[in-house]
Design a protein around this ligand. Structure first.
Ligand SMILES: Nc1ncnc2c1ncn2[C@@H]1O[C@H](COP(=O)(O)OP(=O)(O)OP(=O)(O)O)[C@@H](O)[C@H]1O
Length: 459
């Protein structure tokens, strides 16, 4: 039985005595099992972590939770093993830095009182800087343009649009522009918002008759950063106001930076006039980093955390996590937490175990987005080409290859693959896979291309 199964069984027992509700949810459910260690005096220690000081305090010996845990764990070991074994809880506090800016609910909704000067008021995360953004070769141009925008806002690349899949650094790079501009000019007014914020603020402004304040707040900025504009889809009223805001800012020579999960022309439900405005400046596609860049990102994180981790270990993590940089960071944080708790030496074998616990074994991690990313880079296309409807041969064949590999390598069903390719029918996926299988029999070049892409995906 591993630490996770044991903790689940103990939680089931604890639920009987503590009962569901606030107390159980906060003081038991919120704990994360880290590891189980045998002590020389025949007891086991179950290491748990929490991000909350008050929860960690309540779990000290003599605390009510500690004692209830002891009886629950004895009951569990009697049920499972037939004899009682003493398992002691060890709860540590691991403070997880807050990465995301405050949600709109946490913000002061009084529009007139909001100021936008300086990093704090503009809600920028100070960790999102150019020097902490490690760019792989395909992403270097995006970074250079972002740096140029920070240096000369409102001039050449307006708007700058950063687009790509989730967790690949769009928000990071966007906020780096804001942080850099404020560093150069502390008086610059920078406003960072999500599209949700914009929509909520506009709705509130209409409700409370504060449209003038809204306009003043949104239009009097040197730099407006708007995250996730794909959320504007099908919101006609908000699009109207967004259009007006956009025009007012660019007309005054100020800068707009936008992020989106795809190119605006591929977002259904966005008015043409907005699509054409968004395409006026520079659009940069952020792509998945290659293995060496992933290692460099991890190295940077290790240095920031003041932790020494060998290249082999970093490489093991980088190779296992093929989804996106957010996941890479998440796994890294868990590894750091384990190191801090156990004080143990971090070996490649230990890391493999941790990665296995976190479901990040190499064989499990090949996903459809990864295949799409690899195929699009191989053929120098956009991911939106693969998920779109174009029928030109140069796009159809790569799309069919991507579907074929998704069917071959991942565990996903035909309908799930169809959905991931822009809502295609499962019969289209079946047709594509058959077509590639058949063509490869006679076409050596195609077969070689498929093998090369497969090797890249499974690297
Ligand atoms: N190239 C990179 N170098 C360093 N850190 C990165 C890089 N790319 C992403 N990150 C980190 O990964 C995390 C996720 O990045 P970010 O939030 O910017 O992604 P995103 O593309 O905006 O995702 P979403 O579309 O889901 O909002 C952040 O903590 C960010 O600092």
């Amino acid at each position: 039985m591993d630490h996770i199964q044991l903790w689940d069984a103990i939680k089931t027992e604890l639920r009987k005595t503590i009962g569901p509700g606030m107390s159980f949810d906060n003081f038991v459910e919120g704990l994360t099992p880290i590891q189980l260690i045998q002590t020389p005096n025949n007891s086991d220690q179950l290491y748990l972590s929490t991000a909350h000081k008050n929860v960690a305090n309540e779990w000290q010996p003599n605390g009510q939770y500690y004692n209830q845990f002891l009886s629950a764990s004895i009951q569990v070991t009697v049920n499972l093993l037939g004899n009682p074994t003493l398992i002691l809880p060890v709860v540590s506090l691991i403070e997880i830095p807050v990465e995301k800016p405050a949600t709109v609910e946490q913000l002061d909704l009084n529009l007139t009182d909001k100021k936008v000067n300086g990093a704090t008021e503009s809600r920028l995360n100070p960790k999102y800087r150019f020097d902490s953004f490690i760019a792989s070769t395909p992403n270097r141009e995006a970074k250079s343009v972002a740096e140029a925008v920070a240096e000369h806002p409102g001039q050449e690349w307006n708007p700058l649009l950063l687009y790509g899949n989730s967790g690949l650094g769009k928000t990071h790079l966007m906020q780096a522009i804001g942080n850099d501009l404020i560093k150069r000019n502390p008086k610059a007014s920078v406003k960072f918002i999500t599209t949700d914020d914009f929509m909520n603020d506009w709705t509130d402004a209409l409700r409370f008759n504060k449209t003038n304040e809204f306009k003043k707040e949104y239009r009097n900025v040197d730099l407006l950063l708007v995250d996730d504009i794909q959320l504007l889809a099908d919101k006609e009223n908000v699009q109207e106001e967004f259009f007006n805001t956009f025009n007012a800012i660019t007309r005054d020579g100020h800068q707009i930076v936008l992020t989106s999960d795809k190119l605006p022309k591929d977002i259904k439900g966005i008015e043409d006039r907005l699509v054409s405005r968004f395409a006026m400046g520079y659009s940069a596609n952020l792509t998945q980093p290659d293995p060496e860049t992933k290692i460099a990102i991890l190295k940077n994180k290790a240095e920031e955390s003041n932790i020494e981790i060998s290249y082999d270990v970093l490489s093991e993590i980088a190779n296992a996590v093929n989804t996106n940089v957010r996941d890479l960071e998440g796994v890294f944080k868990k590894v750091v937490a384990k190191i801090k708790i156990s004080n143990a030496k971090v070996t490649v074998d230990a890391i493999r175990e941790i990665l296995k616990d976190l479901n990040f074994e190499r064989s499990n991690v090949i996903t459809i987005p990864l295949i799409q990313e690899t195929v699009s880079q191989y053929f120098d296309l956009n991911i939106s080409d693969l998920t779109g409807k174009s029928r030109v041969k140069e796009i159809v064949i790569p799309r069919q290859i991507a579907m074929y590999l998704s069917r071959e390598i991942t565990q996903e069903s035909l309908p799930a693959i169809g959905r991931a390719f822009g809502g295609k029918d499962h019969t289209t996926v079946m047709h594509s896979t058959n077509k590639i299988e058949e063509t490869m029999l006679d076409d050596a070049k195609l077969e070689q291309q498929v093998q090369e892409i497969r090797a890249l995906v499974q690297h």
